[in-house]
Design a binder for this molecule. Structure first.
Ligand code: SAH
Length: 396
């Protein structure tokens, strides 16, 4: 096995079990591994530290599979890791009953670069690192064994693969498309999941709990859902008895799915829903100009800052929409504001929202800090895993 030798002192991060080895920490490579091969990571003094997947093209030069230097990374390793992750999802009652569930959450499940989401009997696999890409067959076998799923679809077409020198890949790894369109029931609401053309693996499972919270809060409230995608928050707000729900997204296909989702749920009062294809930044300004007010506003924008390098520009964008959010809130109104940017910390996000309230001339307080549900665990030494940060605020 090839050896990746670290510079003196650079073993400290690894001693804390952070799973990434950056190019700047590497002294030299001994041997000639191919992209994705498993390499042994050793300290400058030759002490073995970990085994990791080799990513020659990425700034994150290797991702740790195991800190147990005796453990062998083979098919059985992936079988164990996948089985443990699937069993973890059975620990909490609120996860057991979900048809849509994240089964493998990358680094936090000890599987860097591996995402797997289950929608009913279909699993969608996304591989985003060279090491993960190499173990595709083992992961498919392990997933099939641990879940008994009939279908596994690959959606490895995320932009981050480019940083690893990997081409986009998508297609069926096991079974084939079901003749009926795929949908799941999430907290009593049926939602279409477009695993082929939808965002991410087809659905934003990470907002499940927060969508449910919307339902609890929406009763009698005029609701504005910005960046609505397929309407998850909107439909839960309707289920909770919102008086009206205006949903905005710039994507026509997303809004078409949202309208379809509403039709799939005849228990909801469709006359209270309006979908608007628009740019949120413009539309918020127009709504303000018209003197509109809302009692509940959801701001769930896309990732403005994929990494710390984009943080400053992203902060401006977050600030802009939150200023308008606060301006549009009725007295006593509720704002649910999110950031899923890895490059913006929870503390930074709170500062941005606080600044926005000041600029909007509103006094507000945090009622709850919001995050992703337990099927998106965060490994203790991998704070990057907590990418979704939200605040539920009430304005005076
Ligand atoms: N809240 C959604 C997920 C939102 S994803 C859920 O619970 O499922 C972010 C969405 O923002 C995408 O649907 C994307 O089409 C939309 N979007 C991105 N930029 C936008 C913009 N400037 N104006 C309006 N929508 C935008």
């Amino acid at each position: 096995m090839a050896q990746l030798v670290l510079l003196p002192g650079k073993e400290r991060q690894l001693a804390r079990h952070h799973p990434w080895i950056f190019a700047a920490a590497v002294d030299r490579l001994e041997g000639r591994p191919r992209a994705g091969d498993t390499v042994e990571v050793v300290a400058a003094n030759g002490r073995p530290l970990a085994k990791a997947g080799w990513s020659p093209e990425s700034k994150i030069r290797a991702r740790v599979w195991t800190f147990d230097t005796q453990e062998i990374v083979d098919d059985a390793f992936f079988k164990r890791r996948v089985q443990a992750a699937v069993e973890r999802r059975l620990l909490l009652p609120e996860l057991c009953e979900q048809e849509g569930l994240r089964l493998l959450h990358g680094e936090s499940d000890g599987l860097p670069g591996v995402i797997a989401d289950r929608y009913g009997d279909t699993v969608v696999l996304q591989l985003t690192a060279a090491g993960a890409d190499k173990w595709r067959p083992a992961l498919v076998r392990a997933l099939q064994r641990a879940t008994g799923c009939a279908r596994i679809y690959e959606r490895s077409d995320s932009d981050v693969r480019r940083l690893e020198g990997l081409l986009p890949v998508a297609g069926w790894l096991l079974g084939e498309a079901s003749p009926t369109p795929l949908s799941i029931v999430e907290n009593d609401v049926r939602m279409r999941v477009d695993i082929v053309a939808g965002h991410k693996t087809g659905f934003y499972l990470d907002q499940r709990d927060n969508r449910l919270l919307t339902r609890v809060l929406a009763s009698g409230r005029r609701t504005l859902n910005c960046f609505c995608y397929s309407g998850g928050f909107s439909l839960q707000a309707l289920a909770g008895g919102a008086s009206e729900v205006l949903s905005i997204d710039s994507s026509g296909p997303a809004l078409a799915t949202a309208a379809e989702n509403l039709a799939l749920n005849p228990q909801l009062d469709a006359s209270r829903a309006e979908w608007r294809e628009a740019d949120v930044f413009n539309e918020l300004r127009l709504l303000k100009g018209r003197g509109e007010r809302f009692d509940l506003i959801i701001l769930d924008p896309p990732k403005f800052a994929p990494s710390a390098a984009h943080a400053e520009r992203a902060a401006h964008a977050y600030r802009d929409i939150n200023v308008f959010g606060f301006r549009l809130l009725s007295p006593g109104g509720l704002l649910m504001s999110y950031s899923c940017s890895g490059g913006i910390s929870r503390e930074h996000f709170q500062e941005i929202v606080a600044d926005a309230a000041i600029s909007a001339g509103r006094e507000a307080r945090i009622l709850r800090r919001l995050t992703a549900p337990a099927d998106h665990p965060v490994r203790l030494n991998f704070s990057e895993g907590e990418y979704l940060k939200g605040l539920l605020c009430q304005a005076d």
